[in-house]
Design a protein around this ligand. Structure first.
Ligand SMILES: Nc1ncnc2c1ncn2[C@@H]1O[C@H](COP(=O)(O)OP(=O)(O)OP(=O)(O)O)[C@@H](O)[C@H]1O
Length: 426
């Protein structure tokens, strides 16, 4: 074994030290998990090299030199996804123990427990809160920690143990929990955008990260829960059913929209954000109120002249407000919005223009897209920074795949750089 400041030789390979994220010694072998630069993303690779224990001990000292590993608080939902969370965590723990990483695991015992933990736990002794579960678990944890109103928002990172794992997939470009843990251990603190939903009827704000949905999509999402065992196929079956029943929802929607350009990490889309007029947030106070006040109330008399535009359509069969590239379980919406681009998209298919065939086409494309990346294109979508939605009746709505109390009046806002997470970016 020979080493320089940045590289280390393991077996026959010369490896950048910063690329080695997780490692252990098992049955006479060094097992290392690497994250290596590939284009704009990081690719996960495993290396296994036979060596003596003594050689491993020296290698460990070299790898750990100048590295500081974060202290983790892991909230694990054993019910998420295929209920393999505990098995996944056992495998990951072997690495954490080998590397001497300090961690605590708190398993959830009932639905909603993750939110209670996030609301009540003092995380000040920890560097990262790990959400071991799906998007629903992450959503609940985020809402729990925001309610603590700490000075700075804690760092929260998803670890894919659910069925959809939209956020983890988008951030890490890989659905393997071990890849996520590599980012968590070796990544840098990175800010990502959030969604704030102001629910007028409930007089409550909900903090999202992945997506907001109503009409077809929310109904498909929640009503098909009864056939969850079918996996992603349940969505297609339910879609077909709504195609037959010609389902649409009447709504009035105002948006602030912005042509998609990559403005870098802040994700600033509206003029307030773009011109850097957004004020520093005080996390000890209501974050949503501060962000909302920095935008114009869509109902105010000024709204017509302030970038707010009423959409010309009155009925919608699909409405989907998406923050990440992997907004629906197992399906890649390959429109380029991905980690840290900070763009929220609105996918709109207005009732007047949307033939059922087109909607069906959407799903066919989505399924095709599983096999042919970057296949979907040409839909009526644009990027917006805020939405005001007024409906005739109360409807089922969803945020991050979680069902919210029904309502007929909501405002949604992009919250640039609201959350902090761990990500290997270079
Ligand atoms: N111990 C538990 N037993 C039963 N349900 C639980 C438990 N702990 C948490 N839950 C609930 O499990 C639900 C589903 O979790 P989650 O959304 O993370 O998984 P998923 O639906 O498989 O993943 P995704 O949202 O990515 O599709 C959450 O609403 C959560 O409150």
């Amino acid at each position: 074994m020979r080493e320089s400041e940045e590289y280390i030789e393991i077996g026959k390979e010369r490896i950048a030290k910063k690329d080695i994220c997780l490692y252990k010694y098992e049955e006479g072998e060094f097992v290392g998990h690497l994250l290596e630069a590939k284009g704009k993303t990081k690719k996960h690779r495993v290396i296994k090299v036979k060596m003596e224990k003594e050689e491993y001990k020296k290698l460990k000292i070299e790898i750990d030199k100048k590295k500081k590993y974060p202290k983790l608080y892991i909230i694990l939902n054993p019910f998420s996804g295929t209920k393999k969370g505990e098995i996944i965590m056992k495998e990951i723990e072997e690495y954490l123990i080998s590397m001497g990483i300090i961690y605590t695991i708190q398993k959830t015992e009932y639905p909603g427990h993750e939110k209670e933990i996030a609301e009540k736990t003092d995380f000040s002794q920890y560097d990262v809160i790990v959400s071991g579960g799906g998007d629903g678990t992450l959503y609940s944890i985020i809402n729990g920690i925001i309610s603590q109103h700490k000075k700075e928002i804690p760092i929260v990172s998803p670890l894919a143990c659910g069925s959809g794992n939209g956020v983890a997939y988008s951030l890490y470009k890989d659905n393997e929990p071990i890849t996520g843990m590599c980012h968590i251990i070796c990544g840098e603190v990175t800010r990502i955008d959030g969604i704030i939903l102001n629910h007028h009827k409930k007089k409550k704000k909900y903090y999202g990260i992945l997506q907001f949905e109503f009409s077809y999509l929310s109904s498909i999402d929640f009503e098909s829960e009864c056939i969850r065992w079918l996996g992603a196929f349940r969505f297609i079956l339910w879609t077909l059913w709504y195609c037959v029943t010609l389902m649409t929802t009447k709504a009035k929607i105002k948006t602030k929209k912005y042509e998609m350009t990559n403005d870098g990490e802040c994700g600033a889309l509206c003029s307030t954000c773009k011109n850097n007029k957004i004020k520093e947030l005080d996390y000890t106070k209501d974050i949503a109120d501060q962000i909302i006040q920095q935008h114009i109330d869509p109902d105010s008399s000024l709204s017509k002249n302030d970038g707010w535009e009423e959409l010309p359509y009155s009925s919608y069969c699909i409405y989907f407000f998406n923050n990440f590239a992997y907004g629906m379980p197992g399906i890649e919406f390959a429109h380029g919005a991905h980690r840290n681009d900070g763009f929220i998209d609105s996918w709109i298919l207005p009732g007047e223009r949307a033939t059922r065939w087109r909607f069906l086409g959407f799903w066919i494309c989505a399924v095709l897209n599983l096999f042919v990346p970057n296949y979907i294109s040409g839909f009526d979508y644009f990027r917006s920074t805020a939405l005001s939605i007024r409906l005739q009746n109360d409807v089922v709505i969803g945020i991050d795949g979680e069902k919210l109390p029904p309502g007929n009046s909501f405002d949604l806002y992009v919250a640039p750089g609201l959350y902090r997470t761990m990500l290997c970016t270079n």
